[in-house]
Ligand binder design. Structure first.
Ligand SMILES: O=C(CO)[C@H](O)[C@H](O)COP(=O)(O)O
Ligand SMILES: [Fe+2]
Length: 234
């Protein structure tokens, strides 16, 4: 992609991570985030085998779906993603992002099943995983819609952004201008500039949004930084 040519780059998607919300009031927290300008709601599905934490599953997605039409961006930190495709599709998930570290050749079938179930497909990489590993998943005829570059070790909200991950984001943006590139972990007013400049357009933000007195202001700032960077080119 030449500098300044950003015609195919998708627009900003700001996705508050509901991991930082009050889970006991999930429906009202979701409504509040959407009223504050969120595009997507990021749902962190953790099962203790892949990360040292346990969060929510398909029944919670199904309950939340009854309260909102919003895009539910589900990030599955599980070792057996194929077992979750049907339950998540039935529950009303919009996006289904699995981790590259837990799949081998079966990613092709997994991708097909996610898409034929009507969900957007995403693939996520841990900080230690090389970006080249996911090229085949983006280049094929049947390809993912989004790559999620983890900017912290998965497992918990509130961790420190790892700036070195921006190399991966920039490689992806230059190679695949049309791709949704999501960054997840430690994003907020102090780190957005770097992520946006590298080419991220989907911004997950948990503690920085929910911990702010002015969540709408934070969401708006995140969006404007992505828009500015896209205007300038990568
Ligand atoms: O996937 C995740 C952790 O594994 C979360 O989405 C992420 O950490 C968001 O939280 P914060 O913005 O507070 O870092
Ligand atoms: Fe996440």
């Amino acid at each position: 992609m030449t500098m300044g040519d950003t015609t195919n780059v998708p627009s900003a998607r700001i996705a508050p991570s509901m991991l930082s919300s009050d889970f006991a009031n999930l429906a009202s927290e979701a409504k509040r985030m959407l009223e504050c300008g969120a595009d997507w709601l990021h749902m962190d599905i953790m099962v203790c085998h892949f990360v040292p934490n346990l969060t929510i599953g398909a029944p919670v997605i199904q309950s939340l779906r009854k309260h909102t039409d919003a895009f539910l961006d589900c990030h599955l930190m599980v070792t057996n993603p194929s077992d979750y495709v049907a339950p998540f599709a039935q529950a009303g998930a919009s996006g289904f992002t699995f981790h590259i570290e837990v799949v081998k050749d079966e990613w092709k079938d997994l991708l097909k099943s996610i898409k034929s179930a009507g969900m957007q497909a995403g693939v996520a990489l841990r900080p230690g995983t090389s970006v080249e590993q996911i090229f085949p998943l983006v280049e094929g005829e049947e390809h993912v819609d989004m790559v999620l570059v983890m900017t912290v070790e998965p497992g918990f909200g509130g961790q420190k952004f790892i700036p070195e991950m921006m190399t991966k984001v920039n490689i992806l943006r230059k190679k695949f201008p049309w791709l949704h590139i999501e960054v997840d972990g430690g994003l907020g007013p102090s780190t957005i500039e770097e992520a946006a400049k590298a080419g991220a357009n989907c911004i997950v933000a948990g503690s920085s949004v929910f911990g702010s007195q002015d969540p709408a202001g934070v969401i708006s700032l995140l969006r404007s930084k992505v828009q500015d960077a896209t205007m300038r080119g990568f």
